[in-house]
Ligand binder design. Structure first.
Ligand code: ADP
Length: 560
């Protein structure tokens, strides 16, 4: 800028002085005055020099007193190149100055030189100003760059922040999170890919949850108990059936070791076996209970991964099957067969004995033979009774014979009383009843007349059998309108039944006093049959009794 300034001024000076050179009788004094005026205004030294170096005019000093300037460096350079520059301390004005000289020519004739000088201080000032401009420029440029940088960085950082936030939310389990960006660039693509990933992760999660719910619904619906163990034998799943069978809490045992949760040695042995050998193993376990034992069949299977050579135990599955009821039924069946065989064997043995006696004595008199044949008849009678009772029982248990019709309990009871009047009279027992106060209509129930007759016969027969001579039997029929039921009570004042026996007399073949029952022609099946008949008619049977005082059997049916 300074050089340009010097050059402009020099060119200006050249134009101003050129007419002076061209004229022959120019008064350079006049020009000098002009230059002095000009210097005051623009503050720069102007010098006019002729072709030989003589100073013609100067704005700071009298030209007459100045030495020849031809050898000043700027003049020398201007002499050669038309323009010359130099900087040095000027003795004339005692300042460090910068000079610029231009040569003046007139068609190849050198006319002279013009020279402009400015103090370097100004130059420095200018330079400083320039530096300030540069600095300010740099600062502005930097700020703009920063602004752009920030803008672009923000454009890049904001989506990344949004993505990070969403990723964190998803990690926390919020699968509905999405990133909404309008960017067309790579970030936009990333956001779309991220959303797609979130959606498919959500779908997969939903499917996993659904599968897990299905599985746990299936497991909890299973009758069999299922326990799943991990490779460290910790319980990872236990369904309700298993918890119930093992009498432990499902929620408390999940996560804990099988050793601390299940205290059954057989199960531990089973697990030890399959965790060392793999495969499937089975055992039967009896868990003692307050009322009855629980019997469970346990299957243990190891869950393996890998080839045969190096199998990796992933865990194990225990399947528990409560077979208590099955076992109980099996026991009942076994007892029944034993009892039935035993019951049948007694009369058969008796008959065989009689036959052998008859055969061993061919000369037996007619009267003795008659006596033996009568005994045989009695035993055969007994066999027939047992077999027909067994058949009745089996018919009842098979659930057939549901051909129900409205029947009058009063009529049925009257029939039973009629049948047993003779027997009662023989024992001098009176049978009292309240049947006359009830009409046939009222006492109607839906049922099988033959079966109900069997039931009432049994109860009246028992009352007479287990009551000593001169006792009494009372039959009562009560219509219970409020409960919509009909209740039958058969009361005697006979031997009675102890509490312990009360619980068992409805069992097949159960008799309090075997000898006595047999003597009275009992089979021990009567009450079992009675109970079946009652249940078949949707009724209930119970008893109240005290040994030595008598018993009351109470049967109740829903009213028609
Ligand atoms: P049983 O053919 O021996 O009579 P039940 O099944 O009818 O067989 O009765 C079972 C047992 O219940 C009888 O052996 C008897 O010991 C007892 N029992 C039944 N009814 C009475 C009663 N009214 N009084 C006393 N004991 C009875």
């Amino acid at each position: 800028a300074l050089n340009q300034e010097l050059l402009t001024r020099a060119q200006f000076l050249k134009e101003v002085s050129l007419p002076y050179f061209k004229r022959k009788d120019s008064d350079f004094h006049d020009l000098q005055n002009h230059l002095q005026q000009l210097d005051k205004v623009v503050y720069s030294r102007f010098t006019i020099i002729d072709a030989r170096g003589k100073v013609l005019a100067d704005s700071r000093k009298d030209s007459e007193s100045m030495d020849n300037h031809l050898y000043r460096p700027e003049i020398q350079t201007a002499l050669t190149y038309g323009k010359g520059e130099a900087q040095r301390f000027s003795d004339t004005i005692k300042l460090n100055m910068k000079y610029l000289a231009l040569s003046l020519q007139d068609e190849n004739n050198l006319l002279g030189f013009v020279r402009v000088a400015l103090p370097v201080r100004e130059i420095i000032e200018e330079q400083q100003q320039l530096a300030a401009y540069v600095f300010a420029g740099c600062l502005i440029a930097t700020l703009i760059a920063l602004g752009f940088g920030f803008y672009f960085a923000r454009g890049f950082a904001l989506p990344v922040i949004a993505l990070t936030k969403s990723a964190e939310a998803i990690a926390q389990g919020d699968y509905q999170q999405r990133v909404y960006l309008n960017n067309k660039d790579e970030i936009g693509k990333l956001a779309r890919a991220f959303n797609y990933m979130a959606a498919s992760a959500y779908d997969r999660m939903e499917r996993i949850t659904e599968d897990r719910n299905k599985l746990s619904a299936i497991l909890s619906g299973l009758v069999e108990g299922v326990v799943a163990l991990d490779h460290q034998q910790n319980i990872i799943h236990i369904n309700n059936a298993a918890a119930r069978t093992l009498k432990i809490s499902a929620s408390a045992s999940i996560g804990s070791s099988v050793w601390s949760s299940i205290h059954i040695v057989e199960i531990h042995d089973l697990l030890q076996k399959i965790f060392t050998q793999g495969g499937v193993s089975q055992a039967q376990v009896r868990i003692p209970g307050e009322k009855s034992d629980t019997v469970i069949e346990v299957y243990a299977a190891s869950l393996d991964q890998g080839s045969l050579g190096e199998k990796n135990r992933q865990g194990a599955i225990l399947v528990l099957h409560d077979i208590s009821e099955l076992e109980m039924l099996e026991n009942i069946r076994r007892d029944f067969v034993t009892n039935a065989s035993h019951e049948l064997k007694t009369p058969l043995t008796a008959i065989r004995g009689v036959i052998e006696t008859i055969l061993s004595d061919p000369t037996m008199d007619k009267e003795t033979l008659w006596h033996f044949l009568q005994r045989m008849q009695g035993q055969t009678e007994r066999l027939v009774t047992i077999v027909s009772d067994l058949m009745a029982l089996s018919r009842l248990e098979s659930g057939k014979n549901n051909d129900f019709q409205p029947v009058s309990l009063k009529a049925i009871l009257n029939q039973s009383i009629k049948v047993f009047t003779t027997i009662a009279a023989e024992k001098n027992i009176t049978i009292s009843h309240n049947l006359d106060s009830i009409n046939n209509e009222q006492s109607r129930v839906s049922g099988d007349a033959h079966a109900l007759g069997q039931l009432t016969d049994n109860l009246v027969d028992n009352a007479l059998k287990y009551t000593p001579a001169s006792g009494s039997v009372d039959i009562e029929l009560n219509i219970k309108d409020a409960e919509h039921r009909i209740e039958l009570r058969v009361r005697d004042n006979g031997v009675g039944i102890s509490k312990a026996n009360q619980a068992r007399i409805f069992e097949r073949f159960y008799r309090v006093d075997k000898g006595r029952s047999r003597e009275l022609g009992g089979t021990g099946l009567g009450l079992a049959i009675s109970k079946h008949i009652t249940e078949q008619h949707h009724g209930s049977i119970s008893l109240e009794s005290e040994p030595g005082k008598g018993s009351t059997f109470i049967v109740s049916f829903p009213m028609l």
